[in-house]
Design a protein around this ligand. Structure first.
Ligand code: FES
Length: 124
């Protein structure tokens, strides 16, 4: 059964390789951490919105996480690229440090936060 406090958004809000959904998670220490979800290869993935290089958000415009070809996630600051389906670093100044994934589930076309330790989120 869906827990409305954990619904990030609807799958219909995400296009394959297109604009992502931004949201915040609040960890067990009460810290608010920006995060995002994207659609790639017919599946949905979520990550902390924090480059592996320096702790800045990736998107160059709110929700714009993909490189132009829609095949990689890219940090707008210095161009590190990441695999959309794993968050692994594919190149750039992050020297192999990938994105931190967040567990999500898709339930009745709703994307829900499933990550342990994150009690709340705030959709942006
Ligand atoms: S801060 Fe992301 S590539 Fe440098």
């Amino acid at each position: 059964m869906a827990n409305s406090d954990r619904i990030i958004g609807l799958t219909s809000e995400l296009d394959e390789g297109g604009k992502g959904l931004r949201f915040d998670v609040i960890n067990s220490k009460g810290e608010t951490i920006p995060a995002f979800a994207v659609c790639f290869d017919g599946q949905y993935f979520a990550y902390m919105n924090r480059c592996g290089h320096i702790a800045v958000q990736l998107d160059y415009m709110p929700g714009e996480f993909f490189a132009d070809d829609g095949q990689t996630l890219i940090c707008a600051t210095h161009g590190a690229e990441y695999a959309p389906d794993t968050g692994a670093c594919l190149g750039g100044p992050c020297y192999g440090v990938g994105l931190e994934p967040i567990d999500i589930i898709v339930n009745n076309n709703q994307i829900e936060l499933a990550a342990d330790g994150y009690q709340l989120f705030v959709k942006k």
